[in-house]
Design a protein around this ligand. Structure first.
Ligand code: P5A
Length: 437
């Protein structure tokens, strides 16, 4: 992509409306623009990152054996009456009346819609277990939307739902999602710690929130310091085998949100206790028969008698996760993207735009890198070098290549690592090899 033609409206000044660093940087880097309170347009740069995060989430759901489908944003309110949540959900749920005076709701979550599918389409115990998920926009009419994408009204969520015959089966599905979450957040370049949580309007009696530690987090949290270097299961993990030991390992240490803080437990670990702020990027729930009984979701059991489904649901705030990654990965100059979610891998900076030698070298590198499948943002604008440096630092691409007439006369360009600030001089050839490997 050539920056001269790219819609990336960066801002020099800090926008007044942004109170936390991720919101500030997303506005300044030209990634999002607010359209209405808590509702955003994702500009090209922001949308690229959103899609990268979404793809990691998808791959880890698929690896765990979950199946992707897509449910509507507008839901039939009758289903909510059947589950008993139509009134209970309150003013956070946006209700819309159509021309026939039928009420639709803009889904704040999708337990009702998926359980309606399950009761109609799952007939026999042979069709269980199943985990179904979608990555879809949700709407919650939050009283105080704030902090940009962290607490929006419209936001992107991955929501998965499991359908099992027994409690043991449901617990196994819970553990699958639990492990998939550890892998998902690690792949996105952040460390998320599972903490016992309350279930709120979703319901059920077993739940964990996954919390990314960051100073600006909305939640006060406590955890054992060993969580900071716990091992993440690798990609060969067998999701069919017993995941219980892994689950036990990850829940044996003390970790809790403020709401669930237990002084006695905390005192036991003494000096090993960390008190910090955190951002909830995901939450998993086991809710048993909370939906299957009122909505009559059953399958024929082995003995020919109907069995109510044992259920769970598993959410990741995909758009919030982007804010959390920025909260965890930035410095005074801007964002520092983990390579896995970076909008582009390389920022190619022409320091002397207009000079033939650097224009030619940049064009040549740009086309070679693009041909090799490397995602490159080429700053070919007619701007001062200083402006280009600060733009690249602000948008936080992992690698920068600085190409100027003076260096080229000596046969070199410079490669800079955004995270460490390390620079090294290499030949054009070496730069291409390094960035394509
Ligand atoms: C789990 C999946 C649920 O809704 N039902 C389906 C369950 N859980 S949850 O915890 O309420 O939401 C899941 C994740 O969505 C993110 N989230 C938000 N992100 C941005 N703005 C919001 N207003 C918002 N509300 C929830 C969180 O990351 C949460 O963990």
């Amino acid at each position: 992509m050539r920056l001269s033609t790219y819609l990336m409206p960066t801002l020099k000044e800090n926008p007044l409306e942004a109170q936390i660093v991720s919101h500030r940087l997303m506005l300044r880097a030209g990634m999002i623009r607010q359209s209405a309170a808590g509702i955003y347009t994702w500009l090209p740069l922001g949308y690229r990152v959103l899609r990268k995060i979404e793809q990691i989430v998808r791959e880890e759901q698929d690896r765990a054996g979950a199946q992707e489908l897509l449910m509507p944003t507008l839901q039939n309110s009758e289903l909510w009456k059947q589950s008993g949540r139509y009134d209970a959900y309150g003013p956070e749920m946006l209700r819309i009346t159509d021309r026939h005076d039928r009420v639709l709701v803009y889904g704040p979550t999708a337990e009702e819609v998926i359980n309606d599918i399950a009761r109609n389409e799952l007939k026999s115990y042979k069709e269980t277990p199943k985990i179904l998920y979608n990555i879809q926009w949700k709407f919650r009419d939050e009283v105080r939307p704030r902090f940009g994408v962290m607490r929006g009204r419209e936001f992107l969520m991955k929501d998965a739902y499991s359908f099992d015959l027994t409690y043991e089966g449901a617990k196994h599905s819970y553990n699958k999602m639990f492990v998939a979450y550890l892998r998902t957040f690690a792949r996105c370049g952040v460390h998320a710690i599972p903490m016992k949580a309350s279930t709120g309007p979703i319901g059920g009696d077993l739940s964990h929130e996954f919390i990314v530690l960051a100073e600006t987090g909305e939640e006060q949290v406590y955890c054992h310091k060993d969580y900071l270097n716990m091992e993440i299961p690798n990609e060969d993990i067998d999701y069919n085998s017993d995941l219980e030991p892994l689950y036990q390992k990850w829940t044996s240490l003390y970790a809790a949100t403020e709401e669930k803080f237990d002084k006695e437990e905390a005192d036991k670990i003494g000096d090993n206790l960390i008190s910090a702020r955190g951002i909830e990027v995901g939450q998993v729930f086991y809710y048993g028969k909370k939906y299957s009984i009122p909505m009559n979701v059953s399958v024929m059991g082995e003995d020919g008698k109907p069995v109510y489904i044992e259920g769970g649901c598993y959410g990741i705030g995909v758009s919030r996760l982007m804010g959390a990654i920025i909260e965890a990965c930035h410095d005074d100059n801007g964002i520092i993207w983990p390579e896995s979610v970076a909008p582009f891998k390389v920022g190619l900076i022409n320091l002397t735009t207009g000079k033939e030698i650097s224009d030619k070298a940049c064009e040549d590198m740009y086309s070679k890198l693009v041909k090799a499948g490397v995602e490159v943002l080429y700053d070919d604008r007619n701007e001062r070098a200083g402006v280009k440096f600060s733009t690249m630092d602000l948008i936080g691409l992992p690698w920068q290549v600085l190409v100027g007439a003076r260096g080229l006369e000596k046969g070199v360009v410079e490669i800079k690592n955004r995270k460490t600030g390390e620079k090294k001089e290499v030949s054009v050839e070496e730069a291409i090899n390094f960035l394509t490997k």
